[in-house]
Design a binder for this molecule. Structure first.
Ligand code: NAP
Length: 285
């Protein structure tokens, strides 16, 4: 397996202003020649750009503000890179949309935003950038997904389904490009509970995971050429055990999660109940 073109290469990170994307940018800054930071607002990227240049004055940092859910803005991003003679060696599809709510009660705009951010945008960016990588015989695509792909997740039906797209997409692409110098990896984190996060005091320490650690493990797995990376010891354990559970049991776990979601929704202070009761449960007053 050829090493990923990270050292002295150009890495494009979608959704770099905060969270895992920002941590990946911080980790990569010491190694790459150029980082292309994409987010919706240029202003949101400015503190990161300044921080990176302070530590790595010779690093090339390009700030590109585009909404990758908009086809014209994806074209504008790629045109801007072309005009600056920037060749992308590694693409990080990191931006996503998610939410919690019953599908029937969700506005279509929310559903469409999730489909665009989690399916359409990574598919389009990959379509535009993979071919040149294959022609050069080197490149990488890092898809930051979610452990939700493994779950039956009522309350996040669209989000979980989009994560299954990323799973199937990544696995199939890997086989298509095998032996051609391009690595395709999916990272599937769970909820990132850093030590000290309110409400997680009872969690065993191996369930705690910082953004920085998550990004570090993601990058290490990508560089090892792994198909799938589950960051964090506790999460990794749970995710590896899940496929062994019968689907009926997974459905029962899904029902339990739905019950607690409904309880939370019913308990929201000063708000009308957002959800319908489960069959057999009393109707909210
Ligand atoms: N954090 C977790 O606990 C967790 C757990 C499992 C999986 N993940 C996955 O990890 C990835 C990163 O999550 P995160 O929590 O680190 O993200 P985050 O903190 O929400 O940051 C995502 C960044 O992407 C930007 N973005 C979103 N949609 C965009 C678009 N259409 N065009 C350009 N930029 C866009 C956001 O900008 P705006 O501020 O404008 O929205 C934001 O700056 C996601 O794919 C997520 O599903 C995260």
């Amino acid at each position: 397996m050829r090493p990923l073109p990270i050292d002295q290469g150009t890495v494009l990170i979608i959704g770099a202003a905060r969270g895992i994307g920002r941590e990946l940018a911080r980790l990569l800054a010491r190694r790459v020649r150029t980082l292309v930071l994409v987010d919706r607002e240029a202003q949101a990227l400015e503190p990161l750009r300044e921080e990176l240049l302070l530590h790595y004055p010779t690093l090339g940092v390009l700030v590109e503000s585009h909404d990758v859910c908009d086809p014209r803005q994806v074209d504008a991003l790629l045109a801007s890179l072309g005009a600056q003679f920037v060749r992308v060696d590694v693409l990080v599809n990191n931006a996503s949309e998610g939410d919690q709510g019953l599908y029937a009660q969700e506005g279509w705009a929310r559903v469409e935003a999730m489909l665009r951010a989690n399916v359409w945008a990574p598919a389009l960016l990959t379509h535009r950038l993979l071919k040149p990588m294959l022609e050069r015989g080197r490149g990488g695509i890092l898809n930051i997904g979610s452990g939700a792909a493994q779950l039956i997740l009522p309350g996040s039906a669209t989000f979980a389904a989009t994560q299954r797209f990323l799973d199937g997409f990544t696995e199939a692409l890997r086989l298509e490009v095998e032996g051609q110098g391009v690595t395709v990896t999916r990272v599937a984190p769970g909820p990132l509970w850093e030590a000290g996060t309110e409400g997680t005091e009872s969690l065993a320490p191996f369930f705690h995971l910082s953004l920085e650690r998550c990004a570090r493990e993601a990058l290490a797995g990508f560089e090892r050429g792994e198909a799938l990376v589950y960051p964090g010891l506790g999460h990794r354990w749970v995710m590896r055990l899940l496929p062994m559970l019968p689907r009926g049991l997974k459905r029962s776990l899904g029902r339990m999660a739905l019950r607690s979601l409904r309880r939370e929704a019913l308990l929201l202070p000063g708000q009308a109940p957002k959800t319908l009761p489960l069959s057999g449960e009393p109707s909210p007053a």
